[in-house]
Design a protein around this ligand. Structure first.
Ligand code: PAF
Length: 281
């Protein structure tokens, strides 16, 4: 596996691969990322991974500074997994001038749920992903469904800008107790780690309860109860809600009656750690 840190070196290396599958990451790779690499390999093109902790998508009081940076171990894992090229720029290389131009996603998608809880987050994500797409010019790119809203947003960005890139979404990889794998799980102490699967369990329970739910008022009551139950167990939830998979808007009665249209999404803080998860119904 080649490792490059500059845009020039990236462009030189890419010249030999006409078809490329991109896996953008912020590093501290775990089995969930490795599943993305494995899926990228099946695309048949060269596999390009990026590791870049993108300041633009972190709020002023978020964990940019303490986000785990483990580049050497990440490179070893990627090489073992058959990745062809790792692009690991530093901030000066990625943003040589202050990134005053941004991709501004539609607030209907980027202003709800995580977008409401983390103002500017999806603008930062869309901007860096657009930049990575311009640099790598992949034929496909692979993202995890754990960041459900991010995946939808990137699909929509590709559609809006007519980018010739297939976006592949992969199911969330979980620990045996249901906790979605995430780099931020490393922040949890042992007691919090034991408690962390409660978020996934709450989303499963909400989705199940909503199966028999015919109207939106009853659904709102279920969501309120689920939020209160999680808060009573020591969490500080941002949201726990059932939405339409297609656009993350609130479902109508016809969505509730149909199958395969809904996703339960949640974000909640356990101590100082903010976890997100979702389950499709
Ligand atoms: O999902 C992530 O790790 C990041 O949001 C991404 C897509 C690599 C952009 O920084």
């Amino acid at each position: 596996m080649r490792i490059v840190h500059t845009v020039d070196a990236l462009r030189d290396a890419l010249a030999s691969w006409p078809a490329r599958a991109l896996v953008p990451t912020m590093g501290n790779l775990h089995a969930g990322h490795m599943a993305l690499i494995e899926r990228a390999r099946r695309s048949g093109g060269a596999v390009i991974a990026s590791v870049f902790v993108n300041r633009l998508q972190f709020g002023p009081n978020e964990d940019f500074d303490r986000y785990p940076r483990t580049l050497q171990r990440d490179a070893e894992r990627l090489a073992d997994a058959g990745c062809d090229l790792l692009f690991a720029p530093d901030e000066a290389e990625m943003y040589p001038q202050p990134q005053t131009w941004r991709v501004l996603p539609d607030p209907a998608l980027a202003g709800v749920l995580d977008g409401a809880a983390r103002p500017g987050h999806f603008e930062g994500v869309a901007t860096v992903v657009m930049k990575l797409f311009q640099l790598v010019q992949p034929s496909c790119a692979v993202f995890g469904k754990k960041d459900y809203q991010q995946l939808l947003l990137i699909r929509e960005m590709v559609r809006q800008f007519a980018l010739p890139i297939e976006i592949i979404g992969l199911d969330t990889v979980r620990d045996v107790d249901g906790l979605a794998l995430s780099s931020r799980n490393a922040y949890l102490d042992p007691a919090q780690r034991a408690q962390a699967p409660q978020l996934h369990a709450a989303l499963c329970a909400l989705g199940e309860a909503a199966r028999g739910c015919a109207d939106t008022a009853a659904l709102a009551a279920l969501e309120r109860d689920a939020l209160q139950a999680l808060a009573a167990r020591g969490w500080a939830p941002d949201y726990l809600t059932l939405r339409r998979r297609a656009d993350l808007q609130q479902p109508g009665a016809e969505d509730l009656a149909a199958t395969g249209r809904l996703v339960a999404l949640g974000a909640a803080r356990l101590g100082g750690t903010r976890l997100i998860d979702n389950v499709e119904f």
